[in-house]
Ligand binder design. Structure first.
Ligand SMILES: Nc1ncnc2c1ncn2[C@@H]1O[C@H](COP(=O)(O)OP(=O)(O)O)[C@@H](O)[C@H]1O
Ligand SMILES: [Mg+2]
Length: 288
């Protein structure tokens, strides 16, 4: 194996000084009948400002649970999560999540969906209209502002969801498998679209996926999780140049990073399979 450098261990935090988000020693378990099932086990990592960090791990390992904690929808059993030094204890417009399932209101137009958060916050009408125009133009949906979600393609729905989050100027944009379920071509276009947006704005992003190709293509840092209960197995620096382009997926560096990370993921997916989670194994055997 050629050199993969620098490799950052979980204990380093990975983000250097003054990270935006710190996840420190976070554990979470759920009650199943009379038992407590451990889901996250002492997870620690940092998210650097202006970087795109990706969490990857086998299906069912605890990625969405971790996102729910970072978003403030649930609280950890132990450990702490801080954003800009302040403890995360509830949902906030600072940390907005786009999930794989569409959460658009079907009875509202694209425009009404996008300005929903501004209305909740009481943003003045004119400022809200200007922001909406800017964001909708950025995601290429200004012409479609009066359509309803059911009148949009899958890719357009995801862009509406992105616009609905972006209009609130989050400090941390969180995306939990946002392109899952899209056809292959639309998914590639959406990856390219988000990368361009990220490379233009430098918006700190935490992205979750179980697909290694997507992860290496997009990330600055890869946080690899173990099989459930999830621990941070390794944090990997993806030092491919930006702007990223699909041609980089044919480079030696990409190939080396992919091979290295794949070895770690296969170990975990095999453990998941032994525990009876066939989905995790399917994901890996399709990569092998
Ligand atoms: N609210 C909950 N109650 C009980 N078990 C849960 C709850 N949320 C998640 N789990 C369990 O935690 C594990 C991890 O789930 P999840 O975080 O959704 O995984 P991933 O997103 O990595 O696929 C699964 O076994 C799931 O069944
Ligand atoms: Mg999930």
């Amino acid at each position: 194996m050629a050199e993969i450098a620098p490799l950052l261990r979980a204990s380093d935090g990975g983000a250097g000084q003054d990270p935006l988000l710190c996840v420190a020693g976070v554990s979470k378990s759920f009650r199943e009948g009379d038992e407590h099932q451990a889901c996250l086990d002492n997870c620690s990592f940092d998210i650097a400002r202006g970087e795109l960090s990706i969490i990857i791990g086998p299906s069912g390992c605890g990625k969405t649970t971790l996102i729910n904690l970072i978003a403030g929808y649930e609280l950890p059993d132990s450990g702490s999560i801080t954003l800009d030094g302040a403890p995360v204890s509830a949902p906030s417009f600072d940390r907005l999540v786009v999930f794989q399932e569409t959460t658009l209101f079907p009875w509202m137009t694209v425009y009404a969906n996008v300005v929903f958060g501004c209305k909740v916050k009481g943003v003045p009408q004119q400022e809200m209209q200007e922001k909406a125009k800017h964001i909708l133009s950025k995601v290429g949906l200004y012409e479609f502002r009066d359509k309803y979600p059911s009148q949009l393609s899958g890719g357009m729905q995801r862009r509406t969801e992105l616009a609905r989050a972006l209009i609130n100027d989050p400090k941390l944009m969180i995306l939990d498998e946002p392109f899952r379920g899209l056809d292959a071509m639309t998914k590639e276009l959406m990856q390219e679209f988000y990368l361009t947006l990220f490379e233009e704005t430098g918006l700190t992003t935490l992205f979750v996926t179980h697909e290694l190709e997507e992860a290496i293509f997009m990330a600055d840092n890869l946080v690899l999780l173990t099989h459930k209960p999830a621990r941070v197995k390794e944090i990997l620096k993806i030092d491919l140049p930006r702007p990223r382009h699909f041609s980089m997926m044919a480079s030696k560096k990409y190939f080396d990073l992919h091979g290295y990370a794949m070895g770690l993921l296969v170990e975990e997916a095999k453990r998941a399979f032994e525990d009876g989670n066939a989905i995790a194994f399917d994901a890996v055997s399709s990569l092998e």
